[in-house]
Design a protein. Structure first.
Length: 262
């Protein structure tokens, strides 16, 4: 196997194994719009990285984390509805990023950031993907029970001693880190699909939260492998090809009669 294909496969699998379990909470808590908001803000992080000449992954992580913290602070003020606030922040961050990129004196390939450049994943990218992914999985393991508790019922979780605000904030920060490390795989405009579609597919067959998390990771890995194969044989964009395969798996699973409905 060519080295660039091996790196692409390893990078995609690394992101899928992290995005699957975390995406389960995105589906359970209906946070898809929040994921889109963070993904759009990542372009602002890209422009900041170019402007300050710092590592792109760090710049995106800091920008996404900053936006997540700002969102939490604004939610507490309750000046506007959360969905309205998310819409304002998503499109404002994306527009600021595009304007900032346009003002830079260097040429930036926006297509690779918007739709991913999976075949350009290198050795250094793998360090970021697996290092950041391992950190996210460790924190997710430690926070698993509190996250499940606040997902089922926040008031009851608070009575049981769970710090609801901190747990919710940690979930937002984990999503921000995953978006930063997945940016090169499927692009800023498609990141949320890698969080949502595999988790929604696994939900069809899973009977426990743990089964759904594992199933989402498995569907994500199959999507990456299938998307790369499609891109290689048909010469289609790698990032969107991964999402298309994930969609096909989703459709296939939902056309199969479920035992729960029999």
């Amino acid at each position: 196997m060519a080295e660039f294909l091996l790196f692409a496969l390893l990078g995609g699998l690394g992101v899928a194994m992290v995005a699957g379990p975390l995406g389960s909470f995105v589906v359970w808590r209906r946070m898809a719009y929040f994921g889109d908001t963070l993904a759009h803000s990542a372009l602002l992080g890209v422009s900041i990285g170019f402007l300050l000449d710092i590592n792109m992954n760090l710049a995106v992580i800091f920008c996404c984390v900053g936006l997540a913290l700002a969102l939490v602070a604004m939610q507490r003020q309750r000046m506007v509805a959360t969905d309205t606030l998310l819409g304002i922040m998503a499109h404002s961050a994306l527009s600021l990023g595009l304007v900032a990129v346009a003002l830079l004196e260097i040429r930036v390939d926006l297509m690779s950031y918007l739709f991913g450049d999976l075949l350009a994943v290198g050795r250094e990218d793998l360090y970021w993907i697996y290092g950041g992914g391992l950190l996210v999985l460790i924190l997710l393991k430690l926070l698993w029970q509190p996250l499940l508790a606040i997902t089922i019922n926040e008031e009851l979780a608070q009575v049981e001693g769970v710090n609801v605000a901190l747990t919710r904030l940690m979930l937002m920060l984990l999503i921000a880190v995953v978006i930063a490390i997945a940016m090169k795989i499927v692009g800023l405009l498609l990141i949320t699909s890698l969080l949502i579609i595999p988790a929604a597919s696994a939900r069809r067959l899973a009977r426990t939260p743990e089964q759904m998390a594992f199933g989402a990771a498995l569907v994500g890995c199959l999507s990456v492998a299938g998307g790369l194969a499609l891109s290689w044989h048909v010469d289609t964009p790698a990032g969107p090809s991964v999402v298309v395969i994930a969609l096909l798996i989703f459709i296939l699973l939902y056309t199969i009669p479920s035992k729960q409905n029999q």
